[in-house]
Design a protein around this ligand. Structure first.
Ligand code: NAD
Length: 436
């Protein structure tokens, strides 16, 4: 099939590469010239495991191409995915300007009957707006559908290649058959392709993200209670997660959720509901608690060292919002590090993949360490914000000798309090007993 992808970010790029890998001819378009230039050279502008080899393979097989000419991409394709960003507007609602601007370009370049798919996360009713915008510029027939994306950054290629489910909102059997054919290579193991109406597909994505955000904030609230009550949230998690009605995933207490999706999608859902006269108190309070939770390591640190951090040096492990990505959007580091600097601290940070993006996102005073041990040299405390694999089993003895004082505030509960006690650390984690 001839496929066009508009928007080559974390989603568009993965979708494009995976659809090319299954034999389609894919053209990906983006208005970001630098990104497209690097993609044309086979270099991924983002870090996503397994993505670059897919890009190179399909470029060399000539099944994948990149262009800044969005109109040409529209003309090439039978099926067009809109995968541009939908950031939060000032009032929390989803900003649809990029989606609608793409719809305008599609309308202007529609040269025959095509299928237009909104892949971006959009509020209910957006497909109708996209349709109206396209119709303003063309009299060609076309089909609109919604195919929300559930991939997780850090696992995106694997998630797209072997999805739990594919959700597709369609209005015609003919389109349904075409999309069944396009997506069939990804559901060979029997995971479902779930067809529904467009509004339900649009709503499914927000409902999924809000549910996951609520689970995380719920566990963070339980963690706060565990600290007061002398319980251990890790044991509570194991105790409840083995109930199949609850399940084990997404029950980890920590320094709050971030990323390009949960915070903005939860806010957008709350906003949509407000407009429709529904008070979505559960997701709203999950988001409010998360905003509070993102500063938990800072509160624990100042509880130990005082509010004035002048002259103190703080090591940070982890800048990205989760492991295996270079994406810093809404990461805890963006909340915590500027506040450390405001309080007079020097910051030495390390992240395996996120340091390049961090240089433009974080204050210029931040020092970047070549490895996790160098970050600890002469530091008064180590704060752990992201659970990268390489941080999970470090040489703790070496860290103790590198730190000026043996204080670790662990926002991801990587170590056992007993171990840290044995090694003589002051160790503060989330929802578990403090070690001093
Ligand atoms: P992103 O910011 O990484 O990429 C968006 C891309 O769209 C950018 O490269 C930008 O230059 C391009 N763009 C903007 N306007 C354009 C235009 N008019 N024409 C062509 N290109 C244009 O965004 P992302 O993380 O890939 O997310 C895209 C959508 O997918 C969002 O709606 C997001 O909520 C949703 N989503 C994201 C994830 C995720 O993990 N990142 C997962 C599921 C769904």
């Amino acid at each position: 099939m001839q496929v066009g992808i508009i928007g080559t970010g974390y989603v568009g790029l993965v979708v494009g590469a995976c659809l090319a890998e299954t034999g389609n001819h894919v053209v990906c378009a983006d208005i970001d010239e630098e990104k497209i230039y690097s993609l044309q050279q086979g270099q991924s502008p983002i870090y996503e495991p397994g993505l670059e080899p897919l890009l190179r393979h399909n470029l060399s097989e000539k099944r994948l191409g990149f262009t800044t000419d969005v109109g040409a991409c529209v003309e090439h394709a039978e099926v067009i995915f809109i995968a541009v960003g939908t950031p939060a507007d000032e009032d929390g609602s989803a900003d649809l300007q990029h989606v609608l601007s793409v719809a305008e370009t599609i309308g202007k370049h529609l040269n025959e009957e095509k299928i237009i798919i909104t892949k971006s996360t959009v509020p209910v009713g957006t497909a109708a707006k996209v349709r109206e915008e396209i119709e303003r510029h063309t009299s060609q027939p076309f089909h609109i559908c919604s195919n929300p994306e559930f991939l997780k950054e850090g696992d995106a290629v694997e998630d797209f290649m072997r999805p739990d489910r594919i959700v597709i909102g369609v209005e015609s059997d003919q389109v349904k058959a075409t999309l069944e054919e396009l997506f069939s290579p990804f559901v060979r193991s029997g995971n479902p392709m779930i067809f529904m109406d467009i509004a339900s597909a649009e709503m499914t994505k927000y409902a999924a993200n809000a549910m996951l955000a609520v689970r995380i904030s719920f566990m963070n609230q339980i963690a706060a209670l565990c600290e007061k009550a002398g319980a251990d949230v890790d044991l509570v998690r194991r105790g409840i997660g083995s109930d199949p009605r609850i399940g084990r995933a997404f029950l980890y207490a920590g320094a709050g959720y971030g990323g390009s999706c949960f915070p903005k999608d939860v806010r957008a859902l709350v906003r949509i509901a407000e407009e429709m006269g529904i008070d979505m108190s559960l997701p709203r309070s999950a988001q409010e608690w998360n905003d509070f939770q993102k500063e938990i390591v800072l509160r624990k640190l100042t509880g130990e060292l005082g509010d004035d951090l002048s002259g103190l040096r703080i090591a940070i492990w982890g800048l990205s919002f989760k492991p295996e990505t270079d994406d810093l959007r809404e990461a805890a580091s963006l909340t915590v590090i500027p506040k450390l600097i405001e309080r007079g601290a020097e910051v030495a940070a390390h992240d395996p993949k996120g340091m390049e993006s961090a240089r433009t996102e974080l204050p210029p005073e931040v020092e970047y360490a070549p490895d996790e041990y160098a970050a600890c040299e002469g530091a008064d405390a180590l704060l752990i914000l992201t659970e990268w694999l390489q941080y999970r089993r470090p040489d703790l003895g070496r860290i103790k000798t590198l730190l000026k004082r043996p204080l670790i505030v662990d926002g991801r509960n990587l170590f056992r309090p007993e171990t840290m006690e044995g090694l003589g650390f002051t160790y503060l984690s989330i929802g578990r007993r403090d070690v001093r």
